[in-house]
Structures are given as C-alpha cells and as structure tokens.
Write a protein that binds this ligand. Structure first.
Ligand SMILES: [Ca+2]
Ligand SMILES: [Ca+2]
Ligand SMILES: [Ca+2]
Ligand SMILES: [Ca+2]
Length: 613
C-alpha cells in the first residue's frame, strides 16, 4: 500500500490490513469446404513440416477414488509442456509484473485438436533486442502429448506478454492470434501453413501501450471480427514510485491507485489486415478504468453483442451494443458497475454464463483478497442483482487474490460450474504484516441447481490442494472426449495441464453434445451466437463468447450434457445478427460441425465430426 495514495473505499482500508493487495485431416477438410479466403496467404520462406506422429503416452496412473463432482489429473509432467512463466519481478517492483499472464486455446492447424499458446513476462526495462519471444506455442499431438513448435511457427513476441485473444480476423478459416502486453500488441495472422505472420505498424494495432485482456467480436455486424483491447494504465519503469518503507529497505508493489487509468480501445477491422480506432465513434469511451478483463456476448438478450469490462479499483463497465457498431453505457443502470453496497471492487477476470438454466446471462468477476467475487444474476429486463452472498459464489474467494475464471459444466451434470485461480502479488508481504500467502489455493465452485458450493478439495485432485500463483486459466477439451480439461499459467511457476477424469460421459452415464459453429453470413467464428437446448422440461443456453477469463482465450465450442437415457434434445441457434434457426435432429451426442446457412430461408448444416483424441 502506498502511503501517499489513501484508499477511496472502506474496503481498501480493510484490504490494507491484510495486504495491498497439416492442413491436416478430416476436420480440416470440412473446414476448407466452407472456407472463404478473403486475404491472400503470404508464402512462407520455407515449407513447415508439422510432425504428425503421436508418441505413445506414458501409462496413466489409475484414477483416485473420488467423492467429488469432478476429478482432475495433473498430466503436465508427461505432456511435453515445459513452459515456465517469468514475471520480471525485481527489487524495483515493476507494477506490470504483479499481474502475470494468460494463455490461449487455439486449433491453429485445424487438425481437430486444440493447441496451446502461453505468454510470459520479461525483465524491465523491456529490451526487445535481447530476446526472441515471450510467447510459446505447443501443438497438441493427441494422447496428451504436446510439441513445442514456437520456432517453427514464427511466434516471436518480443514484448512483455500479458494476454492471448483468438479469432479468425480475416475469415479464411484459420484462427489468428492477438497477443497483448506491456510495450504493444501484435496480431499474428495464421497463414494456414503452420506459421504465423506478425502484423506490422500498418495494421494500426501496435501503439506501444500497456494492454491486458482483449476480445475479438463483431461490433458492427459486417462479418469481420473487431477487437476490444483493455488498457490497465499509464506506467513506466522510470516513473514507478517507491512504495513501502524506504528507511527499512522494504519495497512492495504499489497500490493500483498509483497507476493512472488509461482508456480502453475498440479497433474496427477494415477487412484488409488493418484496424481503425473507433473507440469514441462507437461510444465506448468515457469510463477509463484499470481494465483487466473483458467479455463479449449478448448480455441483455436483444440479439446484439455487448461488452462487459472488469476494472481494478474503478467501476466496471457494461456497454450494450446495437449490432451496428454503436454502444450505450448501461454500467450503472444495469447494476453491474459496483457491488450491492455500491462499492468499487478490485476486479480482475470475468466470465459469464447461464448458470441457473433460466436463459439469462449471469456474470462473475474475480477480485482482491478481502473481497468476495462479484456474481451478478441477470434478468429479462437487463437489470442484474449482486447475489454474491446468497448464491454461495462470493465468499469462498474472500481469503484470496483471484484472477482467472472459467465457467464450464466440468462434471457434465447440466449446470455450469466455475474454476477460479488465486495468488498474491508480492514475495515479501509478510514484512508488512500481511499474513496472506504468495501462493494460494485454487477454487472449484460446483453448481448445484443454481447455487455454488465448494466440494472438499481433496475430492477434486491433487492440484486443488496445491498452492500456486494462479493467473490465466482456460477450459478446453484437449482430448476431445466431451469434457472440459484445464490449462493454467502461473506467475513465476511452471504451467499446469489438468485432465478432466470425472466428467467423462461413460463414467457418469451422460452424453455430451459438442457444437462447433461456423458462421457464413456473420463472423466465421460464430462469436456472439447463442445456442439453446431443450430436452423434456429442461432449457439451457450456451454462448459463443469473445474474450472472457483473465488475459486468456478458451475453447469456443459449446457443450451440452444429458443423461444417456433422458429425453432427446433439440437445439436452436441465434446467430450473430439475431437470426434464429433450429438445428436438424442431432442424436447420440458427439461433436457436430454446424454451419450457418448463407441464405435467409435455409437451415443450418450439421455434420457429425469425429475429432481425434
Ligand atoms: Ca491442433
Ligand atoms: Ca466488424
Ligand atoms: Ca456442473
Ligand atoms: Ca477432455
């Protein structure tokens, strides 16, 4: 806590007492059938050979007896993922190093298996010449084996890396990467041959500023993915204040209040590889905050995509879109800017989902220790209620500094659960009287018919009884068995890969149906689409979300689980732009490629896929 910056809220005083705080397989063929290349591919200097052989995975340890809803097995050691994050923390306590970094799930080679991109920090001052990359790309070979292909794929991000956003910016069928951090952002265009081409100055993306999370979404409905980029604030190593006790030689990270917020930026995709700053024209200016999280989805159910932004010690923002590129500020009116007592929170990550199977969007925001995670229950009139206390979602996070969050139905019981990562920011907090640990336990919140409960940690797997400096987390079905696995980026620690062993359909007598949406009239990724499943008297909705979590990007496929002997489900999709189409009968679960009809009266095509394990 900086002595020179008194806290504006009663919370901050409380918090101060405990601390400041190959083109390549059948899936690819299907994708190519619907691919419309709008941008010429740049030929690489040399062909890239992508290894196809799958090494035999080592024998899998027998699954522990469990009593919890889900069991995660740590498979990092045998996976080939040896990524270690570096925060760049030093005696000077450079502020950005406290925030850590995220990761992204991206099937960059369209072989049907999601690959992983991790980003790292670097020492300050950032020396772009001294390093080759602070991002690493791991290709998923199947069988829980990954290959480090960073050099081959040309993923050179010589900045301080914070965030990963994934979206097909040019609609050529290959997902692209947008990496954010301190020192500027770079769009890595997926050439389709296993390599990425970094955007140059002409793209209008890299302005040298300090960015955290970003979200791809189509703000104006022209079918091209635009970019919302969160800005934390204005900070340089040269102007970093001294916080702590100089006489005692104690220096700690300064309060966020020492960092002047910087306005976020909305960048319009011009369709030719360049972007234009439309922040003011779109109306998403005027609420500068230390933004750490953003999610794009249809929050109020009117068919147009909206934005929710999580700000650190500034009010959060809800921007309602009109589908044509204009937004109006609903932060205060909707009740999502503050908690139920009107307090500003130290918001970090954000996710949203229909957690009550009510057809409404609920929003969860992670925050500092001493603060309960914010949990807003949505309603049909666009007003949200802070139900952090009564839902059971808030209080489990009170002891922790929380960052990453992912909603997913991890145990396939039909209700969206939440995983939250925790970890403090400094390594010498105890010297200030703060007894909070630097490494903290992660949280799993089990959704029990709309209420959240913490299962016993030792019923979830060894990871959940192990302390980490948790930051970015992504929920992604890495082995295509119909449940969400987890990949995590820890500050100054090795990354972790967790295989979901409890939610497996055969183990639970459930069938999961996975839909992979491809847009044609709208954006190719189907970002902003809402899928509704009806089975008997059950109605559930899932959103294809842009951004979300903490500086990370997730598996964009939507997943519904049902008892194998239950009533047959029917599905409808509201595509970006508002058109609603039923889906042809989908039976027996499994993964389906769903292609938006290009003409208004046609029905979507649903093709059964058999993605490789
Ligand atoms: Ca892949
Ligand atoms: Ca657009
Ligand atoms: Ca569940
Ligand atoms: Ca899985």
């Amino acid at each position: 806590m900086s002595e020179s910056h008194p806290p504006p809220t009663s919370f901050r005083q409380a918090a101060a007492m405990i601390g400041p705080r190959s083109v390549f397989g059948s899936a690819a063929l299907a994708a190519l059938l619907v691919a419309g290349c709008t941008r010429p591919a740049v030929p690489p200097a040399a062909p890239v050979a992508v290894k196809e052989s799958v090494r035999q995975s080592p024998p899998v340890e027998p699954v522990e007896p469990y009593a919890g809803p889900v069991w995660f097995t740590d498979v990092t050691a045998s996976s080939g993922i040896d990524f270690v994050h570096h925060s760049g923390d030093s005696a000077e306590k450079p502020f950005p190093s406290a925030n850590g970094s995220g990761l992204g799930a991206i099937d960059f080679d369209l072989d049907g298996r999601h690959d992983l991109v991790f980003v790292s920090g670097v020492p300050f001052p950032v020396d772009e010449a001294a390093m080759s990359h602070s991002a690493r790309c791991f290709r998923n070979l199947g069988g829980w084996r990954f290959d480090d292909i960073t050099e081959r794929c040309g993923l050179r991000y010589a900045r301080y890396g914070h965030g990963v956003a994934v979206g097909d910016h040019d609609g050529d069928g290959f997902p692209d990467l947008f990496l954010t951090g301190y020192g500027g952002d770079i769009l890595f265009h997926n050439r389709g041959d296993g390599t990425f081409e970094p955007s140059g100055p002409a793209a209008g993306l890299d302005d040298g500023r300090w960015s955290s999370s970003a979200a791809f979404f189509d703000a104006d409905g022209d079918g091209l993915l635009d970019l919302y980029v969160c800005r934390y604030g204005k900070w340089t190593p040269e102007t970093n204040p001294y916080c702590g006790d100089r006489a005692a030689g104690l220096r700690v990270f300064c309060s966020p209040l020492t960092v002047e917020p910087e306005a976020d930026v909305l960048r319009h995709n011009n369709g030719d590889g360049t972007f234009t700053d439309v922040t003011a024209a779109a109306g998403v200016d005027g609420r500068p905050g230390r933004a750490l999280g953003v999610i794009a989805a249809d929050v109020n159910g009117d068919g147009s995509i909206d934005l929710y932004v999580a700000n650190d010690m500034n009010p959060n923002s809800l921007w309602l879109g009109d589908g044509r590129g204009a937004f109006r500020d609903s932060s205060d009116l909707s009740g999502t800017a503050y908690d139920h007592e009107g307090r500003v929170k130290s918001s970090m990550g954000v996710d949203l989902a229909d957690t009550g199977n009510r057809g409404q969007v609920d929003i969860m925001v992670t925050d500092f220790q001493g603060e309960a995670s914010l949990f807003f229950a949505g309603s049909a009139d666009g007003i949200f209620r802070d139900v952090s206390d009564t839902s059971g979602a808030g209080s489990p996070s009170l002891p922790y500094v929380s960052w990453g969050i992912q909603f997913a139905d991890f145990d396939l019981d039909g209700w969206n659960d939440a995983v939250i990562t925790n970890g403090h920011v400094g390594d010498d907090r105890h010297k200030t009287g703060d007894r909070a640990l630097l490494q903290q336990l992660p949280l799993f919140l089990h959704n029990q018919r709309g209420r959240f409960r913490e299962p016993p940690r030792d019923h979830l797997g060894p990871y959940f009884v192990t302390q980490h400096q948790g930051r970015g987390v992504t929920a992604v079905d890495l082995d295509n068995d119909g449940d969400h696995d987890l990949a995590l980026n820890h500050r100054d620690e090795p990354a972790t890969l967790l295989r979901n062993d409890r939610g497996h359909p055969q183990q639970k007598g459930t069938t999961s149906t996975v839909l992979r949406l491809v847009g044609t009239a709208g954006n190719r990724d189907g970002l902003g689409a809402v899928v509704t499943m009806t089975a008997g008297d059950q109605i559930r909705t899932e959103h294809v979300k842009g951004g979300g979590g903490y500086q990370s990007s997730r598996d964009q496929r939507v997943l519904f689980s049902l008892p194998a002997d239950g009533p047959a489900p029917s599905f409808s999709i509201r595509w970006p732009g508002g058109r609603i189409t039923p889906l042809p009968e989908i039976v027996g679960g499994g993964q389906w490629l769903v292609i938006e009809p290009a003409t208004p009266d046609a029905q979507p095509l649903a093709l059964r896929e058999d993605p490789p394990r």
